[in-house]
Design a protein around this ligand. Structure first.
Ligand SMILES: [Zn+2]
Length: 321
């Protein structure tokens, strides 16, 4: 994509450029902002994983840049976007980029993030026990990258803390593996279950006893791929009975809430705070956000997928995988 930069390169004596930069410096840390072209590339998922991470980290702390990507993303995902040429999109990005200073000075009452704050406060007062000490995740919380064990495949669920005493196992391979072996162990290494399958998922079998609440387990998978053995392992815990009960109460509170979307987003934060990542992903799947709130939901989806250890490229439906 070709870019025409509206802001001239740094040249001494260029009064317009200096004025623009001075104006920008009075708002957010605007000099450090990615340019509109990079933001457009991020929305279209054309950046490397590393570059995407940098942009996401920036977006978490920069309302003006969020104001730029949100309408762009809506345009990209709208069915009419096929009618829009990339030039039109880019022109919009550039205009919005420089209009962002102006836009950011306008408040947006009733935006989804405002509604989430309200829903969180309401849930906290209605459920003081479950919500004790709860805070919505910050930008930094959302963008942390937890360590994962990797080896040619990605273990998706169960992950972190599972609500299920009989979890479903799901993973992603490189596409060349014909047969997978799944092994479930105690953290001490004792083998509890082993099964072979040709599909990238398995249910915990009916004949086996429930996993123990509050215990931690290790699950491993291995398979013969085209370029050698593919394997991976992941620790997870089964949620305590108390955690399971609190989650059930929170779920019914959310269903009964007058702003169910905002309340469900609060619940996603709450689940992520408790490491109930698989449950958070499930709740996210139930939220159909209005287009203008694309960024907020995408940020949460990214945070949840990173906690599961799923690389961006593999959760991205547009990447062609
Ligand atoms: Zn910015």
């Amino acid at each position: 994509m070709e870019v025409i930069l509206l802001l001239p390169p740094d040249r001494a004596g260029d009064d317009d450029a200096q004025l623009l930069r001075r104006l920008a410096a009075t708002d957010q840390p605007h000099e450090a902002c990615p340019d509109a072209n990079d933001l457009a590339a991020w929305v279209e998922r054309r950046l490397s994983r590393r570059a995407s991470r940098t942009i996401e980290g920036h977006l978490a702390d920069c309302p003006p840049c969020r104001e730029v990507v949100t309408p762009l993303a809506a345009a990209v995902s709208a069915p009419t976007s096929r009618l829009l040429t990339r030039t039109v999109l880019l022109a919009a990005a550039l205009l919005l980029g420089f209009g962002a200073l102006y836009l950011s000075t306008l408040t947006r009452p009733g935006s989804l993030s405002d509604r989430v704050q309200i829903a969180a406060a309401e849930l906290a007062s209605a459920h003081p026990q479950e919500m004790a000490g709860f805070e919505l995740l910050t930008g930094a919380d959302l963008h942390q990258s937890p360590q994962t064990l990797r080896g040619g495949c990605t273990l998706v669920t169960p992950s972190n803390t599972s609500l299920e005493p009989r979890p479903s196992f799901a993973w992603q391979g490189d596409g060349t593996v014909q047969k997978w072996t799944v092994v479930l162990r105690t953290v001490a290494g004792e083998e509890l279950w082993r099964e072979t399958t040709d599909r990238p998922s398995l249910s915990y079998p009916p004949g086996k006893p429930d996993l123990t609440s509050g215990e931690r387990y290790l699950w491993e998978i291995r398979g013969a791929g085209a370029t050698g053995e593919v394997r991976g392992g992941k620790l997870f815990a089964v949620a305590s009975a108390q955690n399971v009960a609190a989650t059930a109460r929170m779920r019914s509170a959310v269903d009964a809430h007058r702003d169910a979307t905002a309340a469900r987003i609060t619940l996603v934060h709450w689940l992520l705070r408790r490491d109930l990542v698989d449950a958070a992903v499930e709740e996210l799947g139930r939220i159909v956000g209005p287009e203008q709130d694309w960024y907020l939901l995408e940020e949460l989806r990214g945070a949840a997928a990173r906690r599961q250890g799923v690389p961006e490229a593999e959760r991205d439906p547009k990447s062609g995988k």
